[in-house]
Design a protein around this ligand. Structure first.
Ligand code: MN
Length: 393
């Protein structure tokens, strides 16, 4: 059996206009939530979180139920923020101890935690911190980038890396507590832990007079130290306490929230439809690609031109300068020497004007040759238009 006695207090402090912390404690559940958000939204997030944890843990008082309680709080806060514009961006820390029953029927304390509210265990006047802060500065300490002293004054010590109501999934630190009768555990918001050093916390929380006096003195000391934030403290003292048969110490992450849009199709069917679409898109893509290649190929080889091939006029197929990766192809030699051209026709040859067909190109070459022959009546040359048809390409 595990039994505790408890006391709790929360205070707005000396600077803040309202109290966005929320606390709860009974004979098997203790919670501190430090809300954040504009106007009263932080208060909404903190209160909503306490209600969700109480309801969920009330239905299932085991480790699973405690984790699900935080998950549900996260869901509830997000859902509210998405429907109420004035609550947009609200969130909260949460730290809670539940007396959880395990499969052996043993009831023992379990801590769950997200954010920078803290848990301390007190034994014989000594204080031991149980929770890691999920703040940028403390994560850097754990990575070795900052010393604890540097983190204590670092400007990003208040910037949380995890919180309730921040993302659709949440990672929760879950830890079985090992306690002895007479041990106390303090849950508090940063408005207490930032104002008081560890020695003061240990001394006031361990004060033997009683839990109520201890809690009141903690809040009063934080106010006296400046009270710059809302101050909350929940203190429990174990009269009897068990240890879990299978102790837990790990971070449990929720799986992504299911898609809320209603769907009547089985997922396999939906996947098949997606595959069909992907194939259709791929076919269209390939078809367009092949069409492009065909058009380029046709364009590249749709024309012919005359050019000098080692002193002979030759017919080439293609565009003189090529098209993309298509280079012109040698088709045939006409056997007309390039030396037997008028200067104007020699210029035309160099210009490599394209012609629509092989026949037209051959006709042009023959015309050039005849023009030169008519200007050189005594020359001895091949004046035939008969052409070779040796194609190298
Ligand atoms: Mn705070």
């Amino acid at each position: 059996m595990t039994r505790w006695r408890y006391a709790a207090a929360t205070d707005t402090g000396l600077v803040r206009q309202n109290n966005q912390d929320a606390i709860y404690v009974d004979d098997r559940l203790a919670i501190v939530a430090d809300g954040m958000g504009g106007h009263a939204a932080g208060d909404v997030a903190a209160t909503m979180t306490i209600e969700a944890v109480r309801a969920e843990f009330g239905a299932r008082a085991n480790v699973e139920g405690l984790f699900r309680a935080i998950e549900r709080a996260n869901h509830d806060v997000l859902a509210d923020a998405s429907t109420n514009p004035e609550h947009f961006g609200m969130g909260t820390t949460v730290i809670a101890i539940g007396l959880t029953e395990d499969v052996q029927g043993v009831v023992s304390p379990t801590l769950v935690h997200v954010g920078d509210s803290r848990a301390y265990q007190l034994r014989d006047g000594a204080l031991r911190r149980l929770s890691d802060d999920h703040s940028v500065a403390e994560e850097w300490v754990r990575m070795g980038r900052l010393t604890p002293d540097e983190a204590a004054v670092h400007p990003r010590r208040h910037q949380l890396t995890r919180g309730v109501g921040v993302e659709s999934t949440i990672a929760v630190d879950v830890m079985s507590l090992e306690a002895l009768p007479g041990d106390r555990v303090l849950l508090c918001s940063d408005g207490l832990s930032n104002e008081l050093d560890d020695d003061t916390l240990a001394r006031l929380a361990s004060a033997p007079r009683g839990l109520d006096e201890a809690v009141e003195s903690l809040v009063a000391a934080a106010r006296a130290a400046g009270g710059r934030d809302n101050i909350s403290a929940v203190l429990v003292e174990f009269d009897e306490v068990n240890v879990a048969t299978v102790p837990v110490k790990r971070t449990i992450s929720s799986s992504p929230a299911p898609v809320t849009a209603p769907t009547t199709r089985p997922s396999v069917r939906r996947r098949a439809r997606v595959t069909w679409r992907v194939w259709a898109a791929a076919l269209v893509f390939v078809g367009v690609g092949l069409g492009f290649v065909a058009i380029v190929h046709w364009y590249a080889y749709s024309t012919y031109y005359l050019a000098n091939d080692a002193g002979t006029i030759a017919v080439y197929q293609g565009q003189p300068s090529g098209v993309l990766w298509y280079h012109p192809k040698f088709l045939l030699d006409t056997n007309f020497p390039t030396s037997q051209l008028t200067s104007a026709d020699a210029a035309s040859l160099r210009a490599m004007t394209t012609e629509p067909s092989v026949a037209v190109a051959l006709n042009v070459a023959a015309t050039w040759h005849q023009r030169w022959v008519s200007g050189h009546p005594h020359s001895t040359t091949t004046s035939t238009s008969t052409t070779s048809t040796i194609a190298k390409g």
